[in-house]
Unconditional design. Structure first.
Length: 204
């Protein structure tokens, strides 16, 4: 199955979506979807309920997380007001387990985020992501991703550099993520990044 066609955010426990996993599975069956992903904010706590509902409905569950990532490092606990370098305390990135090894790495990254990187949110960084990237599919993230924030601020160089770094970590398993509700200029910037660097695109 192609993740670019079948990925869907759930965000159930973060209340970005109010449906239960069982309701999502019912709808997935109605529209002929065979795979469904769950990517709660910063936690894997919803995986068991989601997986149980998926298996009961004949849907293949893709277990993931909308992780919080620090663009400096996970030990950087400077307050937002004191950051003169334009970095944020955290940004978003989507991580999906492709296989058992990926699920183990997802669990390890979640452990690192809570045990070492917690500051306002449980955070990973590029170093931990690189160390535990095997078996993961990575999507660039929503409007609060590092790439989108760079584009929002007019910094195409930073957007390109960040995308190149993520591509170097994820290889062919790294995708630029587009949303239909984004401002047109953001999607145009993301498309330019993707085409320039040869990164595949996924619509979520």
């Amino acid at each position: 199955m192609n993740y670019t066609e079948l990925h869907l955010h759930d965000h159930y426990s973060a209340l970005d979506g109010l449906n239960t996993p069982a309701e999502y599975m019912k709808r997935a069956n109605e529209i002929g979807m065979t795979h469904l992903a769950q990517t709660n904010h910063g936690t894997l706590a919803g995986h068991r309920e989601f997986q149980t509902a998926a298996m009961g409905a004949g849907i293949v569950p893709i277990l993931g997380v909308e992780a919080y990532i620090s663009e400096t490092d996970r030990f950087d606990k400077r307050a937002k007001a004191s950051r003169k370098d334009g970095t944020q305390v955290y940004n978003h990135i989507i991580l999906l387990a492709q296989n058992d090894a990926g699920l183990r790495n997802l669990m390890k990254l979640n452990e690192i985020a809570w045990a070492e990187g917690f500051y306002h949110k449980p955070r990973i960084d590029f170093d931990s992501l690189e160390e535990h990237a095997y078996g993961l599919v990575m999507l660039s993230g929503c409007l609060n991703s590092i790439i989108c924030k760079a584009l929002e601020g007019g910094d195409m160089d930073k957007a390109m550099q960040t995308a190149q770094r993520l591509k170097s970590i994820g290889g062919e398993n790294f995708y630029i993520e587009l949303h239909g509700h984004y401002p047109p200029e953001i999607n145009q910037g993301l498309l330019l990044v993707a085409v320039t660097l040869g990164i595949p695109i996924v619509a979520t």
